[in-house]
Design a protein around this ligand. Structure first.
Ligand code: G3H
Ligand code: ZN
Length: 285
């Protein structure tokens, strides 16, 4: 069933679990991600990034993903990821997305606050959730011009107070689009922010996080975990293998089931990890 980010976060909070959020490009990854979430009876977030929006537009993405969400037996939020353009955010809201992110991480603090406030006003008027970012999570590709910097607890607190966002992305060491796991994380900083800011925290670029650290992120105060590259690698690797096993096949629909299975298995593994938080009562009797 379709839900907002706020509703999905609330369910995850009540269960003391992390909320998995996956970047998807279409039916072939959205469908297996939702099936994996149904298998774990977990809420899940389907996120569309700029590449997906540039490829097929917000309207087609919304129609496809909203239908998948409405048909699902679990809670599914449809989220616009890294929105930097307010008109695209407005279009996503009008097309039925249930959550939007405004990414003002490259803007001065005051400008980030001002535009986030405008997006919150527009989205909340329709019951749509808003995520924003403080600090800036960088990219592993040096060709992308981007200034990365850690968040601070003080600016996160100030930003949340001024903007009334439903979720806040923080920069504590993750890097977008990492193809290998093992990035060094500032858990001390995450704990400090989570003790200071009364809003669910989001970790972007979690493909570069080891499985053990994914669990630690939730234990240290993060709630929504964004994963993209790791699913694209699963899909692309399976597709390469299919093409080499069936060199004469040209119907992509016959090549896709193995790719969808690979996405399902990876999503299931990550969702399962985000549920593996030790019960604080059981671990500290
Ligand atoms: O915006 C994208 C998400 O933060 C996922 O990042 O592709 O590095 O896992 P990732
Ligand atoms: Zn991101």
């Amino acid at each position: 069933m379709l839900c907002t980010l706020q509703e999905a976060l609330q369910i995850a909070l009540e269960k003391n679990q992390g909320l998995a959020a996956f970047n998807v490009y279409g039916f072939e990854d959205a469908d297996p991600v939702v099936k994996a979430a149904e298998e774990r009876q977990a809420p899940v977030v389907l996120m569309t990034n700029k590449a997906a929006v540039d490829h097929m537009g917000v309207g087609i993405l919304a129609a496809l993903l909203l239908r998948i969400a409405r048909d699902s037996s679990t809670h599914v939020c449809i989220h616009l990821d890294h929105g930097t353009n307010v008109s695209v955010i407005r279009e996503a809201i009008e097309e039925g997305y249930t959550s939007v992110m405004f990414d003002g991480s490259q803007l001065p603090f005051d400008q980030n606050v001002a535009i986030t406030k405008e997006v919150v006003r527009m989205a909340h008027a329709r019951g749509i959730s808003v995520e924003a970012e403080i600090g800036a999570v960088g990219f592993s590709d040096p060709r992308i011009e981007f200034v990365a910097r850690y968040s601070t607890a003080h600016e996160a607190q100030l930003f949340q107070k001024h903007t009334d966002v439903d979720a806040l992305a923080v920069a504590i060491g993750t890097v977008h689009r990492m193809e290998e796991q093992g990035v060094a994380l500032r858990f001390d900083l995450l704990r400090e922010i989570s003790h200071t800011v009364p809003v669910p925290l989001v970790i972007h670029g979690a493909s570069g996080v080891t499985d053990g650290d994914l669990v630690r992120l939730i234990e240290s105060g993060a709630r929504k975990i964004n994963l993209g590259t790791v699913l694209r690698i699963a899909f692309g690797t399976a597709l390469r293998s299919q093409l080499s096993q069936h060199p004469k096949e040209y119907d992509r629909i016959k090549l896709f089931p193995a790719c969808m299975q690979a996405v399902y298995e990876k999503a299931l593994q990550k969702i399962t990890l985000l549920h593996a938080i030790p019960d604080p009562v059981a671990s500290n009797p």
